[in-house]
Structure formats: C-alpha cells, structure tokens
Design a protein around this ligand. Structure first.
Ligand code: PEP
Length: 248
C-alpha cells in the first residue's frame, strides 16, 4: 500500500457469463463493506444490467476496452462515451489479452486512454512483461517503456490508474515473488513521478495476475501496491470480497 491512497480492487469478468449470471454476481459483491473501492468490469452487453443490479451500492462498473474514436464507422466497437452513457465510470485498457488478440500497441492504448479521459472515464492502463522478457532480465525496462508509450499527457493529473500484470502470471496460478512485485511497483512510481510530477505520487498502482484470497494479504501489503486487478477470482463473489477485505 501507499500511505494516503485508498486501495482499488477491480474485477475483470472478461467474456464470461450470461446476463442472469452477471446480475447474480453483482448482487453477490454488492454488500462488500471494506476500506477499499470496488469495481467490476463485465462484458459490454451486461453493463446496463450490472449497473442496475448495483444501484444503491458503492461498487462501480467499468468496461474492458473502448475505441479511440469518439464515434464513427467502427463495426463492433464501443466508444468511451457509450460506456459512460451505460453507467460505467472506468475502463480497462491495454490488457495483455487485447494486446495479444487484437494487436494493440502502446500507441493504440495511449489513444484509447486519451479518449477515455475526454469522455470522463477513469482509464486503468495495463502493462507487464512476458515470461521470456522476465527471464532475460528485461521486466523493468519493458514496463517502463510500456508506461512511456501507453500513458497520455495529463494521465496522473486526471486520476488514471496503472495495473502491473505480468503476462505469464495471468490465469496461471503463478505470481512473481513479493520482492519482484515490489521492485516493479517502485520502478513504476519513480517513472510516473519523473514524468508527471507530484500528482503521480497519488496514482493507484494495481497488481494483477493470479491474485487469490490466499495471496492477497501479502501482495496488497507491498509498498506501492494500491490494489488489485483480479480476473478468475472475481467471478466468485466470496473470493472477490475476501480479496477486498485483504485490502483493508
Ligand atoms: C487479468 O486477466 O487481468 C487477471 C489478472 O487474471 P487472473 O486474476 O485470472 O490471473
């Protein structure tokens, strides 16, 4: 944790569940009283239903991606303004699955983050090295380069969030050592403060990659880990809430 930063626990539901299942999951996380902010990111189609299921609770809703353009001929895409209109307040951008499945580059992610900020959404920009890059000792350098390329000017001032998600830890049950997570998060803080100045001292830096109830306490206690981006465990309400409890 970073003193003075309220943690954020975000669930990435990816492409899972029917609307009925998503609504049930939302009902399940709704009463989670914790010292952390909670966010769930359902598939686009389920956002209005989940927003409605969460009405009256403090759990926020986000998208998993948005297009960089405000509108236009972009078949199958969704704009940042559409997410806002549906009740979302956040959007995950540059997730490694988007980078791998859709060839998204740092420049693409930066353009999407600019669009999200212009629409009033809080972007959660994901960065993280592959296993080969870690084994080659390049993890820190890769993450710093992704940050430099993916974050638009004004990002920290606008409250943008960064998620460090080592690609090899996503959905695998494997995590970096606590020392390795702390080293990357420390490097990210230095890089952000170097570029954005004082506002970046308050930027939330999330860790993501196989966060579970069993490892959340240790991970969330690390310096400059200000929350978690949770995939698989966010699909089970009790697990998601247990992770949130670990945050405070
Ligand atoms: C993710 O995809 O953002 C993620 C962290 O997944 P998991 O928690 O399942 O590793």
């Amino acid at each position: 944790m970073t003193p003075g930063i309220r943690p954020l626990i975000a669930g990435n539901w990816k492409m899972h569940g029917t609307l009925a299942e998503a609504s049930r999951l939302a009902e399940g996380v709704k009463g989670g009283a914790t010292g952390a902010d909670l966010l769930v990111c359902p598939p686009f189609l389920h956002i209005p239903g989940v927003v409605s299921a969460l009405r009256g609770s403090s759990v926020a809703v986000g998208g998993q991606d948005c297009h960089a353009a405000a509108k236009g001929a972009h078949t199958g895409d969704v704009s940042a303004a559409m997410l806002c209109d549906a009740g979302a307040t956040h959007v995950i951008l540059g997730h490694s699955e988007r980078r791998a499945d859709h060839g998204e580059t740092d420049a693409d992610v930066r353009a999407k983050a600019e669009s999200a900020l212009a629409a009033g959404l809080t972007p959660i920009v994901c960065v993280g090295e592959t296993e080969d890059q870690r084994l080659a000792g390049e993890a820190e350098h890769v993450v710093e380069a992704q940050l430099a390329g993916s974050l638009p000017d004004g990002f920290a001032e606008a409250g943008g969030v960064v998620a460090y998600e080592p690609v090899w830890a996503i959905g695998t049950g494997r995590t970096p050592t606590e020392d390795d997570i702390a080293a990357i998060h420390g490097a990210m803080r230095r890089a952000l403060v170097g570029r954005f100045g004082k506002p970046a001292e308050a930027t939330r830096l999330l860790y993501g990659g196989s966060v579970k109830p069993g490892n959340a306490v240790a991970i969330l206690a690390l310096p400059h880990v200000d929350g978690a981006l949770v995939g698989g465990a966010s699909l089970v309400a009790a697990d998601f809430l247990a992770i949130a409890q670990a945050a405070g």
